[in-house]
Write a protein that binds this ligand. Structure first.
Ligand code: ADP
Ligand code: MG
Length: 453
Protein backbone atom coordinates (compact mmCIF):
# COMPACT_ATOMS: atom_id res chain seq x y z
CA UNK A 1 0.00 0.00 0.00
CA UNK A 2 1.19 3.52 -0.76
CA UNK A 3 2.16 5.70 2.16
CA UNK A 4 -0.18 8.45 3.29
CA UNK A 5 0.75 11.83 1.83
CA UNK A 6 1.46 14.57 4.40
CA UNK A 7 0.69 18.12 3.24
CA UNK A 8 3.59 20.41 4.12
CA UNK A 9 2.99 24.10 4.84
CA UNK A 10 4.36 26.48 2.20
CA UNK A 11 7.32 28.66 3.02
CA UNK A 12 6.06 32.26 3.40
CA UNK A 13 8.65 33.86 1.14
CA UNK A 14 8.29 31.24 -1.58
CA UNK A 15 4.49 31.36 -1.44
CA UNK A 16 4.50 35.18 -1.58
CA UNK A 17 6.70 34.96 -4.68
CA UNK A 18 4.37 32.40 -6.25
CA UNK A 19 1.30 34.58 -5.61
CA UNK A 20 3.17 37.61 -6.98
CA UNK A 21 4.13 35.65 -10.09
CA UNK A 22 0.60 34.38 -10.68
CA UNK A 23 -0.66 37.95 -10.34
CA UNK A 24 1.81 39.34 -12.90
CA UNK A 25 1.16 36.48 -15.32
CA UNK A 26 -2.60 37.01 -15.08
CA UNK A 27 -2.91 40.79 -15.06
CA UNK A 28 0.30 42.02 -16.71
CA UNK A 29 1.39 44.28 -13.81
CA UNK A 30 2.51 43.82 -10.21
CA UNK A 31 0.37 43.56 -7.04
CA UNK A 32 0.47 46.20 -4.31
CA UNK A 33 0.55 43.80 -1.32
CA UNK A 34 0.68 40.11 -0.38
CA UNK A 35 -1.17 38.91 2.72
CA UNK A 36 -1.47 35.41 4.20
CA UNK A 37 -4.24 33.93 6.34
CA UNK A 38 -4.19 30.47 7.92
CA UNK A 39 -6.62 27.61 7.97
CA UNK A 40 -7.52 26.38 11.45
CA UNK A 41 -8.05 23.29 13.53
CA UNK A 42 -10.59 23.43 16.28
CA UNK A 43 -9.30 21.41 19.23
CA UNK A 44 -12.67 21.17 20.95
CA UNK A 45 -15.97 23.08 21.07
CA UNK A 46 -17.78 22.00 17.90
CA UNK A 47 -21.11 23.48 16.77
CA UNK A 48 -20.91 25.79 19.76
CA UNK A 49 -20.07 29.10 18.02
CA UNK A 50 -23.59 29.79 16.76
CA UNK A 51 -24.92 28.86 20.21
CA UNK A 52 -22.96 31.67 21.90
CA UNK A 53 -20.59 29.05 23.27
CA UNK A 54 -16.88 28.37 23.56
CA UNK A 55 -14.35 26.98 21.07
CA UNK A 56 -10.61 26.29 21.22
CA UNK A 57 -8.98 26.67 17.79
CA UNK A 58 -5.37 26.93 16.70
CA UNK A 59 -4.25 28.55 13.46
CA UNK A 60 -2.57 26.07 11.14
CA UNK A 61 0.86 26.70 9.64
CA UNK A 62 -0.95 26.06 6.35
CA UNK A 63 -2.03 29.34 4.78
CA UNK A 64 -3.68 31.01 1.82
CA UNK A 65 -1.64 33.80 0.21
CA UNK A 66 -3.22 36.61 -1.76
CA UNK A 67 -1.42 39.08 -4.00
CA UNK A 68 -3.77 42.02 -4.48
CA UNK A 69 -3.99 45.47 -6.04
CA UNK A 70 -6.76 48.06 -5.87
CA UNK A 71 -8.53 49.19 -9.04
CA UNK A 72 -9.94 52.58 -10.01
CA UNK A 73 -13.30 51.05 -10.93
CA UNK A 74 -15.66 48.55 -9.24
CA UNK A 75 -14.51 45.51 -11.17
CA UNK A 76 -13.14 42.48 -9.27
CA UNK A 77 -10.93 39.90 -10.99
CA UNK A 78 -9.65 36.84 -9.15
CA UNK A 79 -7.51 33.84 -10.03
CA UNK A 80 -6.38 30.87 -7.91
CA UNK A 81 -3.59 28.34 -8.30
CA UNK A 82 -6.32 25.67 -8.16
CA UNK A 83 -6.91 26.57 -11.85
CA UNK A 84 -4.55 29.26 -13.08
CA UNK A 85 -6.27 29.57 -16.45
CA UNK A 86 -9.67 30.57 -15.05
CA UNK A 87 -10.02 34.24 -14.17
CA UNK A 88 -13.38 35.05 -12.59
CA UNK A 89 -14.79 38.56 -12.52
CA UNK A 90 -17.67 40.49 -11.02
CA UNK A 91 -18.86 44.09 -10.86
CA UNK A 92 -19.41 45.47 -7.35
CA UNK A 93 -21.71 48.16 -8.75
CA UNK A 94 -25.28 47.18 -8.01
CA UNK A 95 -24.25 43.74 -6.74
CA UNK A 96 -26.68 42.00 -4.39
CA UNK A 97 -26.34 39.14 -1.87
CA UNK A 98 -26.05 35.71 -3.46
CA UNK A 99 -25.43 37.02 -6.98
CA UNK A 100 -21.94 35.56 -7.48
CA UNK A 101 -21.53 31.86 -8.23
CA UNK A 102 -18.50 29.64 -7.67
CA UNK A 103 -15.46 30.20 -5.49
CA UNK A 104 -15.10 33.88 -6.47
CA UNK A 105 -18.15 34.58 -4.28
CA UNK A 106 -15.77 34.43 -1.29
CA UNK A 107 -13.30 37.21 -2.24
CA UNK A 108 -15.92 39.27 -4.14
CA UNK A 109 -18.20 38.87 -1.13
CA UNK A 110 -15.63 40.48 1.18
CA UNK A 111 -15.49 43.71 -0.84
CA UNK A 112 -19.27 43.65 -1.22
CA UNK A 113 -19.69 43.17 2.56
CA UNK A 114 -17.30 46.02 3.41
CA UNK A 115 -19.24 48.34 1.09
CA UNK A 116 -22.53 47.15 2.53
CA UNK A 117 -21.14 47.90 6.01
CA UNK A 118 -20.67 51.50 4.87
CA UNK A 119 -17.03 51.57 3.73
CA UNK A 120 -17.79 53.40 0.50
CA UNK A 121 -14.10 53.92 -0.31
CA UNK A 122 -13.69 50.23 -1.07
CA UNK A 123 -13.74 49.64 -4.82
CA UNK A 124 -12.67 46.86 -7.15
CA UNK A 125 -9.45 44.85 -7.04
CA UNK A 126 -7.36 42.26 -8.85
CA UNK A 127 -6.19 39.27 -6.80
CA UNK A 128 -4.21 36.05 -7.20
CA UNK A 129 -4.45 33.26 -4.61
CA UNK A 130 -1.93 30.53 -3.80
CA UNK A 131 -2.80 28.09 -1.01
CA UNK A 132 -1.73 24.91 0.76
CA UNK A 133 -4.88 24.69 2.91
CA UNK A 134 -6.80 21.66 1.67
CA UNK A 135 -10.13 22.76 0.19
CA UNK A 136 -13.38 21.51 1.70
CA UNK A 137 -11.61 19.43 4.35
CA UNK A 138 -13.03 21.12 7.43
CA UNK A 139 -9.81 23.10 7.92
CA UNK A 140 -11.31 26.42 6.79
CA UNK A 141 -9.82 27.16 3.41
CA UNK A 142 -12.84 29.41 2.93
CA UNK A 143 -11.96 31.58 5.94
CA UNK A 144 -8.28 31.59 4.91
CA UNK A 145 -9.47 33.05 1.61
CA UNK A 146 -11.94 35.62 2.99
CA UNK A 147 -9.64 36.72 5.82
CA UNK A 148 -6.58 37.18 3.58
CA UNK A 149 -8.77 39.17 1.19
CA UNK A 150 -10.25 41.33 3.97
CA UNK A 151 -6.81 42.23 5.32
CA UNK A 152 -5.39 42.98 1.88
CA UNK A 153 -8.39 45.22 1.08
CA UNK A 154 -8.06 46.91 4.47
CA UNK A 155 -4.44 47.60 3.57
CA UNK A 156 -4.83 48.92 0.00
CA UNK A 157 -7.94 50.97 0.83
CA UNK A 158 -6.44 52.33 4.07
CA UNK A 159 -9.31 51.31 6.38
CA UNK A 160 -6.92 50.80 9.30
CA UNK A 161 -8.60 47.77 10.90
CA UNK A 162 -5.89 45.18 10.29
CA UNK A 163 -3.41 46.48 12.87
CA UNK A 164 -5.37 45.80 16.04
CA UNK A 165 -7.24 42.84 17.45
CA UNK A 166 -10.28 45.07 17.96
CA UNK A 167 -10.14 46.37 14.39
CA UNK A 168 -9.88 42.88 13.04
CA UNK A 169 -13.32 42.15 14.47
CA UNK A 170 -14.77 44.48 11.81
CA UNK A 171 -12.90 42.60 9.09
CA UNK A 172 -14.06 39.30 10.59
CA UNK A 173 -17.65 40.47 10.26
CA UNK A 174 -17.05 41.24 6.58
CA UNK A 175 -15.49 37.78 6.09
CA UNK A 176 -18.44 36.10 7.82
CA UNK A 177 -20.91 38.07 5.72
CA UNK A 178 -19.06 37.10 2.52
CA UNK A 179 -19.54 33.43 3.39
CA UNK A 180 -23.09 33.68 4.73
CA UNK A 181 -24.58 36.22 2.38
CA UNK A 182 -22.62 36.02 -0.88
CA UNK A 183 -21.38 32.40 -0.98
CA UNK A 184 -24.49 31.10 0.81
CA UNK A 185 -22.31 28.99 3.11
CA UNK A 186 -23.54 29.25 6.68
CA UNK A 187 -20.78 29.90 9.20
CA UNK A 188 -20.84 30.80 12.86
CA UNK A 189 -17.63 32.84 13.20
CA UNK A 190 -15.19 30.31 14.68
CA UNK A 191 -13.16 29.99 11.47
CA UNK A 192 -12.70 33.69 10.79
CA UNK A 193 -11.82 34.52 14.41
CA UNK A 194 -9.26 31.70 14.46
CA UNK A 195 -7.66 32.81 11.19
CA UNK A 196 -7.42 36.47 12.23
CA UNK A 197 -6.83 36.29 16.00
CA UNK A 198 -4.73 33.24 16.95
CA UNK A 199 -1.04 33.53 17.77
CA UNK A 200 1.92 31.19 17.30
CA UNK A 201 2.29 28.65 20.09
CA UNK A 202 -1.22 29.34 21.37
CA UNK A 203 -4.76 28.17 20.97
CA UNK A 204 -7.47 30.73 21.66
CA UNK A 205 -10.36 30.31 24.03
CA UNK A 206 -12.92 31.91 21.76
CA UNK A 207 -16.01 33.05 23.61
CA UNK A 208 -18.90 33.55 21.18
CA UNK A 209 -21.30 34.99 23.75
CA UNK A 210 -23.09 37.87 22.00
CA UNK A 211 -21.95 41.40 22.82
CA UNK A 212 -18.43 40.71 24.12
CA UNK A 213 -15.63 43.10 23.18
CA UNK A 214 -12.31 42.04 21.64
CA UNK A 215 -10.62 41.60 24.99
CA UNK A 216 -13.42 39.51 26.45
CA UNK A 217 -13.96 37.25 23.46
CA UNK A 218 -10.45 35.86 23.00
CA UNK A 219 -8.01 34.51 25.55
CA UNK A 220 -4.73 32.99 24.30
CA UNK A 221 -3.96 29.58 25.84
CA UNK A 222 -0.43 28.15 25.56
CA UNK A 223 -0.45 25.14 23.25
CA UNK A 224 2.94 23.49 23.10
CA UNK A 225 2.54 19.78 22.50
CA UNK A 226 6.27 19.29 21.98
CA UNK A 227 6.84 20.13 25.64
CA UNK A 228 4.61 17.16 26.51
CA UNK A 229 6.22 14.79 24.00
CA UNK A 230 3.07 14.81 21.87
CA UNK A 231 1.92 15.60 18.34
CA UNK A 232 -1.38 16.55 16.80
CA UNK A 233 -2.18 14.51 13.73
CA UNK A 234 -4.76 15.95 11.34
CA UNK A 235 -6.15 13.46 8.87
CA UNK A 236 -8.38 14.56 6.01
CA UNK A 237 -10.70 11.65 5.26
CA UNK A 238 -11.15 12.92 1.67
CA UNK A 239 -14.66 11.50 1.89
CA UNK A 240 -16.61 12.39 -1.24
CA UNK A 241 -18.91 15.39 -0.98
CA UNK A 242 -21.86 14.40 1.18
CA UNK A 243 -25.46 15.26 0.49
CA UNK A 244 -25.46 17.45 3.55
CA UNK A 245 -27.41 20.31 2.04
CA UNK A 246 -29.41 21.88 4.79
CA UNK A 247 -28.01 19.68 7.60
CA UNK A 248 -26.01 22.51 9.16
CA UNK A 249 -28.99 24.82 8.83
CA UNK A 250 -31.25 22.18 10.37
CA UNK A 251 -28.96 21.90 13.41
CA UNK A 252 -28.98 25.67 13.84
CA UNK A 253 -32.75 25.79 13.52
CA UNK A 254 -33.26 23.08 16.13
CA UNK A 255 -31.05 24.99 18.55
CA UNK A 256 -33.02 28.19 17.92
CA UNK A 257 -36.31 26.36 18.49
CA UNK A 258 -34.94 24.93 21.73
CA UNK A 259 -33.96 28.44 22.87
CA UNK A 260 -37.50 29.66 22.20
CA UNK A 261 -38.94 26.81 24.28
CA UNK A 262 -36.48 27.45 27.10
CA UNK A 263 -36.91 31.23 27.06
CA UNK A 264 -33.23 31.96 26.51
CA UNK A 265 -31.37 33.87 23.79
CA UNK A 266 -28.67 31.22 23.37
CA UNK A 267 -27.99 27.72 24.71
CA UNK A 268 -24.89 29.22 26.32
CA UNK A 269 -27.17 30.63 29.01
CA UNK A 270 -28.23 27.13 29.98
CA UNK A 271 -24.66 25.85 29.79
CA UNK A 272 -23.46 28.60 32.15
CA UNK A 273 -26.35 28.02 34.48
CA UNK A 274 -25.77 24.28 34.86
CA UNK A 275 -22.01 24.79 35.17
CA UNK A 276 -22.75 26.92 38.25
CA UNK A 277 -24.76 24.16 39.92
CA UNK A 278 -23.32 21.37 42.10
CA UNK A 279 -23.42 17.85 40.76
CA UNK A 280 -25.69 15.30 42.42
CA UNK A 281 -24.05 14.14 45.63
CA UNK A 282 -21.73 17.15 45.92
CA UNK A 283 -21.79 18.79 49.34
CA UNK A 284 -23.61 22.01 50.19
CA UNK A 285 -26.04 21.79 47.29
CA UNK A 286 -28.73 23.74 49.13
CA UNK A 287 -26.79 26.95 49.42
CA UNK A 288 -25.92 27.02 45.72
CA UNK A 289 -29.22 26.02 44.17
CA UNK A 290 -31.44 29.08 44.33
CA UNK A 291 -28.69 31.67 44.11
CA UNK A 292 -26.66 30.33 41.21
CA UNK A 293 -26.04 31.85 37.79
CA UNK A 294 -29.27 32.32 35.90
CA UNK A 295 -31.36 32.57 39.07
CA UNK A 296 -34.27 34.94 38.74
CA UNK A 297 -34.38 34.60 34.97
CA UNK A 298 -37.40 32.36 34.66
CA UNK A 299 -37.91 31.10 31.14
CA UNK A 300 -41.09 31.51 29.15
CA UNK A 301 -42.21 28.24 30.64
CA UNK A 302 -41.33 29.26 34.16
CA UNK A 303 -38.23 27.10 34.11
CA UNK A 304 -35.66 29.55 35.49
CA UNK A 305 -33.20 28.24 38.05
CA UNK A 306 -34.45 30.54 40.77
CA UNK A 307 -37.96 29.33 40.22
CA UNK A 308 -37.00 25.67 40.24
CA UNK A 309 -34.70 26.14 43.21
CA UNK A 310 -37.43 27.79 45.23
CA UNK A 311 -39.54 24.64 45.04
CA UNK A 312 -37.08 22.02 46.11
CA UNK A 313 -34.26 24.01 47.67
CA UNK A 314 -31.37 21.94 46.36
CA UNK A 315 -31.12 22.30 42.62
CA UNK A 316 -28.38 20.14 41.15
CA UNK A 317 -26.89 20.04 37.69
CA UNK A 318 -28.59 16.74 36.90
CA UNK A 319 -32.03 17.87 38.09
CA UNK A 320 -31.79 21.14 36.22
CA UNK A 321 -30.78 19.37 33.02
CA UNK A 322 -33.64 16.92 33.46
CA UNK A 323 -36.04 19.87 33.60
CA UNK A 324 -34.41 21.53 30.60
CA UNK A 325 -34.61 18.37 28.54
CA UNK A 326 -38.17 17.76 29.70
CA UNK A 327 -39.23 21.14 28.31
CA UNK A 328 -38.00 20.30 24.82
CA UNK A 329 -40.06 19.04 21.94
CA UNK A 330 -38.77 15.51 21.49
CA UNK A 331 -35.84 13.14 21.90
CA UNK A 332 -34.07 14.52 18.84
CA UNK A 333 -34.12 18.09 20.12
CA UNK A 334 -33.02 16.85 23.55
CA UNK A 335 -29.97 15.15 22.05
CA UNK A 336 -29.03 18.21 19.98
CA UNK A 337 -29.24 20.42 23.06
CA UNK A 338 -27.37 17.86 25.18
CA UNK A 339 -24.47 17.97 22.72
CA UNK A 340 -24.24 21.76 22.75
CA UNK A 341 -24.42 22.08 26.53
CA UNK A 342 -21.99 19.26 27.26
CA UNK A 343 -19.59 20.44 24.53
CA UNK A 344 -19.45 23.99 25.90
CA UNK A 345 -18.59 22.49 29.29
CA UNK A 346 -15.82 20.37 27.79
CA UNK A 347 -13.95 23.41 26.43
CA UNK A 348 -13.05 24.86 29.82
CA UNK A 349 -12.39 21.37 31.18
CA UNK A 350 -9.99 20.81 28.31
CA UNK A 351 -8.21 24.11 28.93
CA UNK A 352 -7.82 23.20 32.61
CA UNK A 353 -6.46 19.75 31.70
CA UNK A 354 -3.93 21.35 29.32
CA UNK A 355 -2.85 23.76 32.03
CA UNK A 356 -2.32 20.86 34.43
CA UNK A 357 -0.46 18.88 31.77
CA UNK A 358 -3.05 16.12 32.13
CA UNK A 359 -2.94 14.88 28.55
CA UNK A 360 -4.89 11.72 29.31
CA UNK A 361 -7.79 13.90 30.42
CA UNK A 362 -7.43 16.04 27.27
CA UNK A 363 -7.65 12.84 25.24
CA UNK A 364 -10.74 11.67 27.14
CA UNK A 365 -12.41 15.00 26.42
CA UNK A 366 -11.55 14.72 22.71
CA UNK A 367 -13.17 11.27 22.74
CA UNK A 368 -16.27 12.47 24.58
CA UNK A 369 -16.62 15.32 22.09
CA UNK A 370 -16.51 12.99 19.12
CA UNK A 371 -18.92 10.52 20.66
CA UNK A 372 -21.37 13.33 21.36
CA UNK A 373 -21.07 14.63 17.78
CA UNK A 374 -21.66 11.09 16.52
CA UNK A 375 -24.52 10.03 18.80
CA UNK A 376 -26.29 13.23 19.84
CA UNK A 377 -25.54 15.78 17.14
CA UNK A 378 -25.31 13.19 14.35
CA UNK A 379 -22.86 15.04 12.13
CA UNK A 380 -20.28 12.27 11.63
CA UNK A 381 -20.04 9.87 8.71
CA UNK A 382 -18.49 6.36 8.60
CA UNK A 383 -15.11 7.69 7.41
CA UNK A 384 -14.85 10.01 10.43
CA UNK A 385 -15.91 7.31 12.89
CA UNK A 386 -13.55 4.69 11.43
CA UNK A 387 -10.61 7.12 11.40
CA UNK A 388 -11.26 8.05 15.03
CA UNK A 389 -11.63 4.41 16.10
CA UNK A 390 -8.42 3.33 14.40
CA UNK A 391 -6.52 6.27 15.92
CA UNK A 392 -7.75 5.26 19.38
CA UNK A 393 -6.80 1.61 18.77
CA UNK A 394 -3.34 2.81 17.73
CA UNK A 395 -2.80 4.39 21.12
CA UNK A 396 -3.96 7.97 20.53
CA UNK A 397 -4.76 9.73 23.82
CA UNK A 398 -7.92 10.91 22.14
CA UNK A 399 -9.33 11.48 18.67
CA UNK A 400 -12.28 13.42 17.30
CA UNK A 401 -13.73 14.86 14.16
CA UNK A 402 -12.98 18.56 13.74
CA UNK A 403 -14.96 21.16 11.79
CA UNK A 404 -18.61 20.97 10.89
CA UNK A 405 -18.71 17.26 10.06
CA UNK A 406 -20.42 15.32 7.24
CA UNK A 407 -16.92 14.69 5.91
CA UNK A 408 -13.67 16.54 6.45
CA UNK A 409 -10.96 15.83 8.98
CA UNK A 410 -10.19 14.25 12.33
CA UNK A 411 -7.54 15.19 14.87
CA UNK A 412 -5.68 12.72 17.06
CA UNK A 413 -3.45 13.46 20.03
CA UNK A 414 -0.53 11.04 19.72
CA UNK A 415 2.95 10.49 21.15
CA UNK A 416 5.68 12.40 19.31
CA UNK A 417 6.82 10.46 16.26
CA UNK A 418 3.61 8.41 16.00
CA UNK A 419 1.65 10.53 13.48
CA UNK A 420 2.91 8.71 10.40
CA UNK A 421 2.14 5.24 11.80
CA UNK A 422 -1.33 6.21 13.00
CA UNK A 423 -2.17 7.89 9.69
CA UNK A 424 -0.95 4.81 7.85
CA UNK A 425 -3.08 2.48 9.97
CA UNK A 426 -6.13 4.63 9.15
CA UNK A 427 -5.24 4.63 5.45
CA UNK A 428 -4.87 0.83 5.48
CA UNK A 429 -8.28 0.43 7.10
CA UNK A 430 -9.77 2.88 4.58
CA UNK A 431 -8.32 0.77 1.74
CA UNK A 432 -9.82 -2.40 3.23
CA UNK A 433 -13.22 -0.71 3.39
CA UNK A 434 -13.04 0.81 -0.07
CA UNK A 435 -13.01 4.41 1.26
CA UNK A 436 -11.09 7.18 -0.52
CA UNK A 437 -7.39 7.47 0.24
CA UNK A 438 -6.92 9.96 3.09
CA UNK A 439 -4.17 12.55 3.45
CA UNK A 440 -2.63 14.05 6.54
CA UNK A 441 -0.81 16.97 7.97
CA UNK A 442 1.12 17.66 11.14
CA UNK A 443 -0.51 20.53 13.01
CA UNK A 444 1.00 23.03 15.39
CA UNK A 445 -0.19 26.41 16.56
CA UNK A 446 0.74 28.89 13.84
CA UNK A 447 0.45 32.66 13.61
CA UNK A 448 -2.63 34.69 12.68
CA UNK A 449 -3.13 36.30 9.30
CA UNK A 450 -0.38 38.79 8.45
CA UNK A 451 1.26 40.71 5.65
CA UNK A 452 4.05 38.76 3.98
CA UNK A 453 5.11 41.12 1.17
P1 ADP B 1 -13.37 24.50 4.16
O1 ADP B 1 -13.52 25.93 4.53
O2 ADP B 1 -13.44 23.60 5.33
O3 ADP B 1 -12.14 24.24 3.34
P2 ADP B 1 -15.70 25.14 2.62
O4 ADP B 1 -16.66 24.31 1.87
O5 ADP B 1 -16.22 26.05 3.66
O6 ADP B 1 -14.61 24.13 3.23
O7 ADP B 1 -14.86 26.03 1.63
C1 ADP B 1 -14.26 25.45 0.50
C2 ADP B 1 -14.53 26.33 -0.72
O8 ADP B 1 -13.84 27.59 -0.59
C3 ADP B 1 -14.00 25.74 -2.00
O9 ADP B 1 -14.91 24.83 -2.56
C4 ADP B 1 -13.83 26.98 -2.86
O10 ADP B 1 -15.06 27.41 -3.37
C5 ADP B 1 -13.38 28.02 -1.85
N1 ADP B 1 -11.91 28.13 -1.76
C6 ADP B 1 -11.19 28.08 -0.63
N2 ADP B 1 -9.87 28.25 -0.88
C7 ADP B 1 -9.74 28.39 -2.23
C8 ADP B 1 -8.64 28.59 -3.12
N3 ADP B 1 -7.37 28.67 -2.66
N4 ADP B 1 -8.90 28.69 -4.44
C9 ADP B 1 -10.16 28.63 -4.91
N5 ADP B 1 -11.23 28.43 -4.12
C10 ADP B 1 -11.05 28.32 -2.80
MG1 MG C 1 -15.28 26.81 5.33
Amino acid sequence: MTSVPFIEPLDDAAAARAAHKLFVRTYGHGPAVVWAAPGRVNLIGEHTDYNGGLCLPIALPHRTYVALAARDDDLVRVVSDVDESAVASADLQGLHAGEVDGWSAYPVGVAWALRTMGFADVHGFDAAFVSCVPLGSGLSSSAAMTCSTALALDDVYGLGFGDSDEGRMTLINAAISAENDMAGASTGGLDQNASMRCSAGHAIRLDCKPGLDAHESVKPEPFDLQAHGLELLVLDTCAPHQLNDGQYEARRRTCEQACALLGVATLREIADEVAGLPREGEADAGSVGAGSVGAGRAGANGMGAGDAGAHDGAMTRERRLEKVYGALEDDLMMRRVRHVISEIGRVDECIAAFQEGDMRRVGQLFNASHDSLRDDYEVTIPELDVAVNVARQCGAYGARMTGGGFGGSIIALVDAGRSQAVAQAIADEFARRGFHEPRALAAWAGAAAEQVA
